[in-house]
Design a protein around this ligand. Structure first.
Ligand code: ZN
Length: 311
């Protein structure tokens, strides 16, 4: 497990202790059935989970992954992805579609990882985000982007090879910046995205465009979404966010000048500068709701606030 040097932020998804066993993927036997195999079923951002008994071993996690001993594919053609080794076991992920005759369903409890990631311990959370990310890739990549022929999985599900022209295709990650924007009075900018549910507010975020650096993406997104000028940025850390395939790169950003906001109408429903006292009051009055504890957005807000802003 790596640790952080310097003033970095980590979320529950930032650091890992798991063994992905990238060399093992090369051996086709790693996805063969066996006593030591455990299957993790995912479906469109959800993973199979169960309640965890409260114990010292669970390290505070209240949910854990439900790892199955039987191959859930009932003769179906779903791709197996080798996630690595844990406690002497090979962990294989299987992305399923809608319930069908091809998949055995022993009453599985599939939960949306975005909502419950903070209830898993760190090892389970990492396995789950990797499984969900790989599942999303396999769901969306059925045909070769060069010629349209079918693709076949290799290397423990980590490579797709075209059955016609032999080209190899690898899983992609989309870089996205997420930034805590502060003004000269050290107020924090929070916004409600037009696509967010209810009172949900967070810091701004956006995808990095081709030909753009991360630093420039921070400044461009802030200018586009709220019309203010970022003059300084500082990188603080990253986390995977595979819904379906983002890597979130966290920044602190400063707007020393004009703080008047001009909102991008189709993207930002509301945006406002908050002092710490104003944020505390808005939370107390239940005017706003913050992102979950496993997210980089929340880590950035808490970093500015000085402690956890909301339970
Ligand atoms: Zn092809």
């Amino acid at each position: 497990m790596v640790t952080l040097r310097g003033p970095h932020l980590a979320t529950p998804l930032t650091l890992s202790s798991s063994d992905r066993d990238a060399h093992g993927r090369l051996d086709p036997a790693t996805i063969a059935p066996g006593e030591d195999v455990r299957y993790l079923v995912t479906r469109s951002g959800e993973a199979a989970m169960e309640e965890a008994a409260a114990s010292a071993e669970s390290e505070g996690g209240t949910l854990r992954l439900a790892l199955e001993t039987a191959d859930p594919r009932n003769g179906g053609a779903q791709v197996l992805v080798y996630l690595g080794r844990r406690d002497g076991q090979r962990i294989l992920a299987v992305e399923i579609g809608e319930p069908s005759a091809e998949i055995d369903d022993p009453g599985r409890d599939l939960r949306d990882l975005r909502r419950v990631a903070e209830q898993l311990d760190v090892e389970d959370a990492e396995l789950a985000v990797t499984a969900v990310a790989m599942g999303a890739w396999h769901r969306s990549m059925r045909h070769c982007p060069q010629c349209g022929a079918l693709l076949e999985a290799e290397v423990g599900g980590w490579v797709l090879r075209c059955t016609a022209d032999g080209t190899e295709h690898f899983p992609r990650t989309d870089a996205a910046v997420i930034m805590a924007v502060r003004d000269s009075e050290d107020r924090l900018l929070l916004a409600r995205n037009a696509h967010f549910r209810g009172r949900f507010h967070s810091v701004l975020a956006g995808f990095v465009e081709p030909g753009e650096s991360l630093e420039n993406a921070v400044a461009r997104e802030v200018a586009e979404e709220v019309g203010v000028l970022v003059e300084e940025v500082e990188y603080v850390g990253s986390q995977p966010w595979p819904f379906p395939r983002s890597l979130m790169l966290g920044y602190r950003a400063w707007v020393p000048g004009d703080t008047a906001l001009t909102l991008q109408e189709d993207e930002i429903a509301e945006a406002r500068w908050f002092s710490r006292a104003e944020l505390a009051a808005a939370l107390e009055a239940e005017e706003i709701e913050l992102p979950g504890a496993a997210s980089m957005g929340r880590a950035l807000i808490d970093d500015w606030y000085g402690r956890s802003a909301q339970r």
